[in-house]
Design a protein around this ligand. Sequence first.
Ligand code: GLA
Length: 725
Amino acid sequence: MPVLTRRPVYLLLSGCLFAASFAIAAEPSVVTVGTAHSALTLTVAADGRLYELGYGRATAAVAAPRRPPAREDEFHPPAGNGYLLEPALQAVHADGNTSTELAYLSHETAADPRDANVVVTRIKLKDPAYPFFATLCFRAYQAEDVIEQWAEISHDEPAPVVLSRFASSAPVVKADSYWLTQFQGNYMREAGLVEERLAPGLKVLDSKLGVRAQQMRNPSFLLALDGPAREETGEVFGGTLAWSGSFQFAFDLDWDNRLRALCGINPFGEEYRLARGKTFTTPAMLWTWSAAGKGQVSRNFHRWARRYGIRDGDKPRPVLLNNWEATHMDFDEKKIVALFDGAKDLGVDLFLLDDGWFGNNHPRDTDRAGLGEWQVNKKKLPHGLSYLADEAAKRGIKFGIWLEPEMTNPASDLFVAHPDWVIRQPKRELQFGRNQLILDLTRPEAKEFTWKVIDDTFAPNPGIAYVKWDCNRYVTQPGSPYLPPDEQQHLLIDYQWALYDVMHRMAEKYPAIMAMVCAGGSGRVDYGALKYFHSFWPSDNTDPLQRIYIQWGFGHFFPAETIAAHVTDMGHRPVKFACDVALTGAFGVDRDVAKMTAEEKQTITASIALYKNSLRDLIAQGDLYRLESPYEGKRAALDYVAPDRSRAVLFVYQLGEAAFGPVKPRGLDPAKRYRVRELNLPAGARSRLALDNQVVDGATLMAGGLASPLRRAVESAVIEFIAEP
Ligand code: GLA
């Protein structure tokens, strides 16, 4: 239902076009994009432009200012006609004009007819001098305090318009100081927190990798106002871009201490010639605002993700046994079936067969061959995939498979037949990453081939219940033998949308097959991809000590049930410690059961039973409180609290040798009385927790804490709180 009636008209004065307004109201109107606790307020000023009045706490009715706003407060500012800072949009028009002007045309705000929790706003802007349009689109998720924003750009000019900036969202934030936290690293050390105070000028966080683009940095950040981000107090914004390709966040702090956060596809090397009548849609930027620290930012995103951002947010994730670290590509049917027996003994739900099962002319025995040749390797698996799925079913477990469908090795039938189906450039020697090349999904045949890899694997093997979709290299030579010379820079954008099409098709045709997104670890962890998946593989580093940091990082934006966490022997840590770390994610095991000691097997079996029978739902659906950061001391602790606060579970990990005070849970109901119990104790061991099996009220527990039962490095404890009836 449109609520704003004011419509500017464009008058021809002294040979120039000016935006003017025929609105009778003396006050410019205010447009509010609001959630339960936050609001983004905008106004249309007398010059016809859209300006931001503020983003943050929702306050009672905001009045439009009487004085004209500063040009630096323009919302979604375009480049070239008087705006001096980083623009949200930059275009060269068909006649060569390098400037764009955006004036308000109309807007609509209405509840989503399918979901009363979502308010949709669309604000249509137009260049007064050109048939060039930008529609700013919002979905405001009321209960979760999340605002999603994207832009749709189109034109009716006689020739293509060249877009060189296309932010999804670029709000202005105002405070005394700004503290930015990024989540960066590299293969095996992903999602590390780095926080800094922003200084005047431009701070850019980005990725230029195109595909598997998030390997060195996740497209998410925290922005704390007036001091470093704290867990439970202070104003903090969280931002995360739903895009798996190259991204750019540009934080522009101006001379008046005003900060604009420009978020979107990385414009570097991605200039886009937009044809007449076509629409350029940016990916969505997701924002949340909290006045209760970054803990609330995480809880907002987690609640949003379960309801809107991931597949089957309310379904339990299966406990997996994966064979990658146990066998790598060196296996055969007998070995795999033997692993099923072990899987059954442990009590896992599903066996996931990893890389190495395909390729005949170029068998996938090493990472030098086979990608692109997706027929079952007859030597290793003579009876095919359905035989394996049946053998697994006989033991009461489900069966899943690894795929890397958009890649090819030069040693494969595919590449031999179609050397021009890959991303490559003329006159340059081919560069490889893990000996492989990326299929150019802008080419329809290559895109269809990618879909067929999936369809031809799933359709004849109805026993397949799970897929791990991997992606093991990034782009170093962005070029497409398919696209015309003047559209070469479309490659990385069009590739991404084509990839999402294939992922979408998979989710639509095979809704019962659960899916994990992997990209050599976390190269594809974002809400653009996660829409089509149930979980992600955060890192090939499965040393539980390192995983505490990695899972800590991702947990800021992604809920526990999406974070695959497997027990392995990496780092040779105590198996209980490895299990206690894996219990805070989508639990799995990546070990050969036959090679485990009796104690290891017993501990893993008990952890799986505890997870499946008691903790899985609480961790998946509960609210996360980060209690002690591994970055700040030699201990880490976190808890998950059921939405009705009837139950909670706390995990504490000793990272090094040091004496410690009590660990204090958060999120409990102060008035409720909880029975405290230590869980997952080694067989026969007695708890060292002083409060074990005692009943204590939430207020006392949260204020005084529990004396830690831990004594040494790499010890851990799992402590449960159950409210007394
Ligand atoms: C990547 C993944 C691993 C494994 C291998 C298989 O490295 O991150 O988990 O699947 O590929 O080649």
